[in-house]
Design a protein around this ligand. Structure first.
Ligand code: SF4
Length: 524
């Protein structure tokens, strides 16, 4: 697995160790790109900072909380809204963001008074919200403002409020991943075990590392409810602050994004003995295996199997409709961290696409190891790429679509490569059986959109080409299919609704008896 040197980065020789090509028959032991290191000076990273990792990725999906940043307004603005982590309380945490808006005079004279005034104002403006998370930024950390002391002062004055303090300024770690670690440990140390929950089932889980992007958490919660499992808390998508203080009472931690929050599961295992089970909500096969594993843990495999059979029968013909039209398309899998290995194998197996490159912005070497092992031979693996390297890779690999964030996505569009937002999705949710079909449909829509062909016409010339008539996605995608597949009765396009979440919120699950409760009452 030789290291790959980008032409654009020959002036930064340290970058060479951050990219490799997976050669034929090579093992992971031959070479892995360096990972989770400080960005090499001279290379402009696409990473976020440790404050962003703590606040934007993990903290702010909590739904019944005022999220306030102590720092310049730019830090707050850039970590607001874009992830689309919706919630069932009318998206309170998405609608509002709060900042103390520090200026130069506060850097000189201190900003603790400003912080206290802002906290009190925020609680006054939203009297129904009694919970707050408070984030340190570079500026307030560098001048040494004691945000813990201010939070305590407010809690002493207002006994019905509770404030969580996260000391994760931007420079605390090489990337957003440092912030993930910090906030997990801070939540565990300061908040877990401070509320006692009501237990209503024999099977109780914390769902950890799930951020409810466009409703992912609500899709997965529906499966758990149908199995008679109580989801005590979700860390943190659509999660409630006080539910998350009660995490210590779960029987099992079901972990989705290990990169961002395995730290919390590990602490819960050490202190409270709660086992950790890693699962995967993306893809029919990985999701089916995950539901089976959870069912096996509690001895209710039959309930998992019933869901798997029903959902597969309903949605597989639609997944296969897209697979026939996506077969052989080349994609670059360029997400942040864990989707690298969640998706690398299953999109090839279940959608027929070929992963020609994997990259990660903040993943560790372990993420790269899993991603490379699941990608095909010849895949180019890149750690923490800069914009020029991404461009060079796209020109060389000529992908039909890339899955990445909006910064690289925007310049991909400029060179007419369609992109899907791997962080915030296009028309998600993408988890769950139906969600996986929605992902396939979004890839199909991106690749076959006629807009990319039209964009290649040079309309600055007087001579307008006349050989490009009216085309649709379907005309483009079906041009080379056999009649048998084109007209197959057993395949169909996605038939779900545009927005599937409102129906999920109105659904009621079967009422399974809570046996342990009966036993407790008899004993009393
Ligand atoms: S690096 Fe520092 S200043 Fe920049 S956004 Fe992050 S916390 Fe704010």
């Amino acid at each position: 697995m030789p290291y790959h040197e980008f032409d654009c980065s020959t002036c930064i020789p340290e970058r060479k160790k951050h990219a490799v090509v997976k050669g034929p028959g090579e093992t992971l032991a031959d070479a892995l790109p360096a990972g989770y290191l400080n960005t090499v000076p001279g290379s402009i990273s696409e990473r976020g900072c440790a404050y962003c990792g703590a606040k934007h990725v993990i903290g702010t999906p909590m739904k019944d909380v005022i999220h306030i940043s102590h720092g310049p307004v730019g830090c707050t603005y850039d970590t607001w809204q874009t992830k689309r982590y919706i919630s069932d309380n009318d998206n309170f945490q998405l609608k509002y963001t709060f900042a103390t808006d520090m200026k130069e005079k506060h850097v000189i004279f201190g900003a603790e008074k400003l912080l206290k005034q802002n906290i009190l104002e925020a609680f006054k403006a939203f009297p129904d919200i009694k919970r707050m998370s408070l984030y340190q930024t570079c500026a307030s950390a560098l001048i040494g403002d004691d945000i813990n002391a201010i939070a305590q002062e407010v809690m002493d004055e207002l006994p019905d409020v509770d404030i969580f303090v996260c000391n994760s300024p931007g420079f605390r770690g090489p990337s957003q991943s440092g912030g993930h670690h910090t906030i997990c440990i801070a939540w565990f140390n300061d908040k877990v075990g401070t509320v006692e929950p009501e237990i209503t089932s024999d099977y109780v889980i914390n769902y950890v590392g799930e951020y409810n992007i466009q409703g992912d958490q609500e899709v997965m919660q529906d499966y758990f409810k149908r199995m008679g499992i109580q989801v005590l808390s979700t860390f943190t998508g659509n999660g409630s602050y006080d539910d998350l203080r009660a995490m210590h009472r779960a029987h099992l931690n079901v972990l989705e994004c290990a990169r961002s929050s395995e730290y919390l599961c590990n602490e819960l295992r050490v202190k409270y003995g709660i086992p950790r089970l890693d699962i995967d909500g993306f893809g029919f096969e990985p999701l089916a295996d995950s539901l089976r594993k959870v069912g096996l843990f509690f001895g209710i495999q039959d309930r998992a199997e019933e869901i798997i059979q029903a959902e597969t029968a309903r949605w597989k013909p639609e997944l296969d409709w897209y697979k026939e039209r996506l077969k052989g398309k080349k994609v670059c899998l360029w997400p942040g961290g864990s989707k690298l290995w969640h998706w690398a194998r299953v999109i090839q197996d279940e959608m027929g696409v070929e992963v020609v490159s994997v990259y990660t912005k903040f993943g560790h070497q372990g993420d790269m190891e899993k991603g490379i092992s699941r990608a095909g031979e010849g895949a180019l693996a890149i750690d923490d790429p800069n914009e020029l390297e991404s461009l060079e890779a796209m020109y060389k690999l000529k992908p039909d679509c890339i899955f990445t964030g909006k910064r690289p996505g925007e310049f991909a569009k400029k060179i007419r490569v369609p992109y899907l937002n791997a962080h915030a999705y296009h028309n998600g949710p993408w988890k769950g059986f139906e969600g996986w079909v929605r992902f396939a449909r979004d890839i199909y829509n991106a690749i076959y959109s006629p807009i990319h062909q039209l964009a290649m016409l040079d309309i600055s010339n007087d001579e307008i080409p006349t050989d490009k008539g009216f085309v649709t996605r379907r005309i483009l995608s079906d041009a080379n299919l056999s009649d048998e597949i084109r007209n197959a009765d057993n395949l169909r396009q996605y038939t779900g609704k545009f927005d599937i979440i409102p129906d999920l919120r109105n659904k009621t699950a079967e009422d399974f008896p809570y046996l342990r409760q009966d036993k407790l009452e008899k004993a009393i």
